[in-house]
Design a protein. Structure first.
Length: 218
């Protein structure tokens, strides 16, 4: 007998992989001639990028496997209140919608990983107006939501891995690259938009902008 909640979690996670990775990669290739996959470029020389990449791969693998193992009874599933499971389903679904919307906002600039020699446009529209990394926010929402839908020790590990990978990729790889590439333009944007949640994780204003703000207040 299968566990219905675990089966639902497995289907939601599989749908997320198909829409956010497979479908998006195909659309990117048709639009630009490139898959947008930079995952291994520079990772061999960048320990942070390599660690984040391994973390993402492990989290996705766990996210796919854990609920199926739970569904067929090979992993024990903790019993949580139905209301909490329903809320987790909403969180996972909202994360999937956010991920699709954020990818559409990135358009031709969408990519997986960072190519340090690549010049990318600074995207500040759509969800990026409030959050600098909405796709990572979406991934964490999906991972956490499906983990709570079918809570097992393995799904909990997957959620922790996803959060750690998103933090490492953002703080140690993406932000340093964007600061080098866009300078004060990125600093000004990052002073307004949160890192993963609106209002949280904002960077200090560029010195010139900070002086201007002081002058305007005086």
């Amino acid at each position: 007998m299968t566990d219905l909640a675990a089966t639902a979690a497995a289907l939601v996670y599989a749908a997320a992989i198909v829409l956010l990775l497979v479908v998006r990669t195909l659309r990117q290739y048709r639009a630009t001639g490139s898959t947008g996959f930079n995952g291994f470029r520079g990772a061999a020389q960048d320990p942070a990028a390599r660690a984040a990449g391994i973390g993402f791969a492990a989290a996705v693998l766990v996210g796919l496997v854990a609920p199926w193992l739970a569904a067929v009874g090979l992993l024990p599933v903790a019993k949580l209140p139905i209301v909490l499971g329903a809320f987790a389903t909403v969180v996972a679904g909202a994360g999937l919608q956010l991920g699709v919307t954020a990818q559409q906002a990135m358009g031709r600039s969408w990519r997986i990983g960072v190519d340090q020699a690549e010049a990318t446009e600074l995207v500040t529209t759509g969800p990026f107006r409030l959050v600098r990394n909405p796709i990572f926010t979406a991934l964490m929402m999906i991972q956490a939501g499906t983990a709570v839908m079918a809570p097992t020790w393995l799904s909990l590990i997957g959620a922790v891995l996803m959060v750690a990978a998103c933090q490492a990729q953002t703080r140690l790889v993406e932000e340093p690259y964007l600061l080098r590439r866009h300078g004060d333009a990125y600093r000004a944007y990052a002073a307004e938009a949160g890192r993963f949640v609106p209002g949280l994780g904002r960077l200090p204003r560029p010195a010139q902008a900070a002086r201007r703000a002081v002058e305007e207040r005086s």
